[in-house]
Ligand binder design. Structure first.
Ligand SMILES: Nc1ncnc2c1ncn2[C@@H]1O[C@H](COP(=O)(O)OP(=O)(O)OP(=O)(O)O)[C@@H](O)[C@H]1O
Length: 226
């Protein structure tokens, strides 16, 4: 394994003057290729802040953020957007599917938007991914016709559409019942093993964290061994 992401001495401060809040206080973290890591920590410890920076959706106040050998703290907005589209997938607690669109359309649309086209090839990959997440028989169902666990599996397929090296998941099972949560986690493990995709999963669920290969804990703005 070699390092996919390296974070060094990361600081993130929100607000200014008296309202200033320092959330990340010199955090270090490495994600390896094919990693499967849980991100733990009390509410408000900065997990979402860290995921947002790792996802290149926000710059840190200071520190080092290198992914695939590229220093992302030095990149401009356009460069970051392109980097994000190519290399990073996102799964959120709430699936954010478009309700009146089919499972396949939901998987393919983000690529169509970023590429400006919806090719037959994209539809083929979308259908294969839905097959992969166990929804081959539901590709033409609208999002409203799917269960919570099925919607989250569509969201995972969507995150994988551009073959990202890294998938960031913020409480991906937080809105699911136990059985659906375990199925979604089993699927993440399979994809991690079969395709070497690195996953970082923020969670408050101990069982989900235990199903990851390692645990990273955020305590007082820094990482600690869980
Ligand atoms: N845009 C913002 N402006 C000011 N403060 C913010 C902003 N976003 C987050 N914070 C503060 O930063 C701290 C960390 O928030 P963050 O959402 O990263 O924590 P978290 O560990 O993900 O929490 P949870 O587990 O509850 O989702 C909190 O005290 C929060 O109030």
């Amino acid at each position: 394994m070699s390092a996919l992401v390296q974070i060094r001495n990361l600081v993130k401060t929100y607000g200014e003057g008296e309202a200033e809040t320092r959330v990340l206080k010199g955090l270090d973290m490495t994600l390896e290729e094919s990693d499967l890591a849980a991100l733990l920590g009390p509410s408000g410890s900065g997990k979402s802040t860290l995921l947002t920076i790792l996802g290149t959706l926000m710059q840190p106040t200071s520190g080092e953020h290198v992914m695939l050998g590229q220093d992302l703290t030095q990149a401009g907005d356009g460069e970051l957007t392109e980097f994000r589209n190519r290399h990073i997938g996102f799964v959120f607690q709430f699936h954010h599917l478009l309700p009146d669109f089919t499972a396949l359309e939901n998987v393919v649309f983000p690529t169509a938007i970023s590429d400006g086209r919806e090719t037959a090839q994209a539809r083929k990959r979308g259908a294969q991914l839905l097959e992969r997440v166990g929804l081959g028989h539901r590709i033409d169902f609208r999002a409203t016709q799917l269960s919570g666990g099925q919607k989250q599996r569509v969201a995972i397929a969507r995150a994988l559409m551009n073959q990202p090296e890294l998938v960031l998941a913020d409480e991906p099972t937080g809105n699911l019942d136990r059985e659906s949560a375990e199925q979604v986690m089993a699927l993440i493990r399979e994809i991690n093993e079969d395709e070497n995709t690195t996953f970082l999963i923020s969670t408050h669920d101990e069982k989900i964290a235990a199903a990851c290969r390692r645990q990273i804990k955020v305590v007082d703005g820094k990482t600690a061994s869980a």
